[in-house]
Design a protein around this ligand. Structure first.
Ligand code: NAD
Length: 464
């Protein structure tokens, strides 16, 4: 709950610093429509537009029994989302979302028709509107194809930097051989179109494989799954625990004994269980597994969220400050993963989601110890994902930018206010924004996203 005194102070500070007020972001709530208005679907233009047609059919089709069922030809038929879809821009029309399917571009010259058709609609997007591109990876492509595909990446980031009114622009990048109707392409599209991705902006989300499955119920994709969340007593961890429970999971909330009272309150609030545990203890992995199996019969999702900071300029860094951060933020995660992977009890399309940080991507003054661990998380999930792939599992990371929590509330007022403004949405994110990304990556529909890091930062200005 935002504190009215600090909110007023922040507004005053923003005014003094000459920052324009940020547009309020809409967050997801049960019963909310997937997209609140008209959706424009544009294709690559020249030649057959098979992929754009398939996306338009998915978005506009009638919602039948929610599941993916093969038709008589054996092809997958996706149940439609019942949206109000248009295939050509109508002058002066206001759209809630524009989806630009660019999978068929072969040369930078092919970008003109679909992108300029989208351009005129972008400035009239409804508040909180969405721009989503779907394109293919530039890796291993010929020079002209790679130029066109890589160009899309920078176009999306540029549109994001120009957007206003809480509108977001993001892209889905499919590996070669992954159809636009693959489970994770469809899952990513739904996530990016919805208000669940309110603080995801200027991001390109790769879909690597056709693995994954569409949920039987989009509002409860984690039904029947058991998830462990570390650092769940407060902040981002508490939001993750609540969001996974909202999406149907049974949650084991883990935190240090000193946070026991808050931890119990979080666990009780979501009908989960609490496990008081310091994740740096040598038997933490075994303790987590034992608790999940004895209390809930299985373990499917592990969210490594617990983290600490001990900020100091590199020149003044002490052994204790360095070691404490390494122990909690990365060494504990490696040890817990090792215990789970060798147990034989973490094999039913398991999910590991680890919380990194934009500091792990771009570095940050006064945070070399923290950067080592948050960059470490990115490397860890990339290397762990192949170990989980044989049983349909994934490991991915979420890299938050500035999020309003007790951790960031400790920052001095001026740097805190500047940090809030250092992204294209010109505000701090909420813990639930990180939680929504974690819930998506924990879901069955994200099975084709492997070893990746998704930023939840409002397109934070990192110095990369
Ligand atoms: P927070 O300090 O509010 O909460 C962290 C929780 O982890 C606390 O409940 C704490 O008790 C728990 N914890 C710490 N050490 C533990 C241990 N050894 N064993 C078990 N639990 C332990 O932090 P937050 O802001 O909610 O951050 C959560 C995660 O998100 C952290 O990994 C943090 O680095 C990351 N992150 C936060 C931000 C931000 O802006 N808040 C930005 C980027 C990344």
């Amino acid at each position: 709950m935002p504190n009215p005194i600090t909110t007023t102070l922040s507004a005053k500070l923003s005014e003094l610093l000459g920052f324009s007020p940020a547009a309020p972001l809409r967050r997801w709530a049960p019963g909310q429509p997937l997209v609140d208005g008209k959706v424009l679907v544009l294709g690559s233009g020249a030649g057959p537009d098979a992929d754009a047609d398939a996306i338009a059919a998915l978005l506009s089709g009638s919602p039948a029994e929610p599941s993916a069922t093969p038709d008589a030809s054996g092809d997958e038929v996706l149940d439609g989302w019942g949206l109000d879809v248009y295939r050509h821009p109508v002058p002066d029309e206001r759209y809630a979302a524009v989806v630009v399917v660019l999978t068929e571009v072969d040369h930078p010259g092919d970008l003109h028709a679909p992108l300029l058709a989208a351009a005129s609609t972008v400035k009239k997007l409804a508040r909180g509107g969405r721009v989503v591109t779907i394109s293919r990876s530039a890796a291993d492509a010929s020079p002209a194809v790679a130029a066109a595909r890589q160009g899309i990446d920078a176009v999306v980031r540029s549109i994001a930097k120009e957007s206003r009114g809480g509108t977001t622009a993001n892209g889905i990048v499919l590996a070669d051989g992954v159809p636009v109707t693959a489970a994770s392409a469809v899952g990513a599209l739904r996530f990016l179109l919805s208000t669940r991705s309110a603080f995801v902006h200027g991001q390109l989300l790769p879909v690597d494989t056709t693995a994954g499955a569409l949920p039987t119920d989009w509002d409860a994709p984690l039904d029947g799954r058991v998830a462990v969340v570390t650092g769940a007593a407060r902040g981002i961890g508490a939001a993750i625990a609540r969001t996974l429970a909202r999406d149907g999971a049974t949650v084991v909330a883990v935190d240090v004994p000193a946070a026991g009272e808050q931890l119990t309150a979080v666990a009780n609030g979501i009908r989960g269980t609490a496990l008081q545990l310091d994740i740096t203890s040598p038997d933490a992995g075994a303790a987590i597994l034992e608790h999940a199996l004895t209390r809930h019969g299985r373990l499917d999702v592990v969210v490594h969220n617990a983290g600490i900071t001990r900020d100091k300029l590199f020149a003044n860094m002490t052994d204790a400050q360095w070691d404490a951060v390494i122990a909690v933020n990365i060494a504990a995660q490696l040890a817990i993963n090792e215990a789970l992977l060798t147990s034989g009890d973490f094999t039913d399309a398991p999910r590991i989601v680890s919380i990194s940080s934009t500091t792990g991507l771009a570095g940050n003054r006064g945070q070399t110890n923290y950067a080592a661990t948050k960059g470490g998380v990115i490397g860890m999930v990339r290397a762990t994902a192949p170990l989980l792939e044989p049983f349909g599992g994934t490991a991915n990371a979420v890299a938050p930018g500035f999020i309003e929590t007790e951790m960031t509330a400790k920052m001095p007022a001026l740097p805190r206010q500047v940090a809030r403004q250092m992204n294209s949405l010109q505000q701090g994110g909420q813990p639930v924004d990180v939680a929504e990304a974690v819930a998506f990556l924990s879901s069955p529909q994200a099975g084709g996203i492997v070893g990746r890091t998704l930023r939840v930062c409002g397109q934070h200005v990192v110095g990369a």
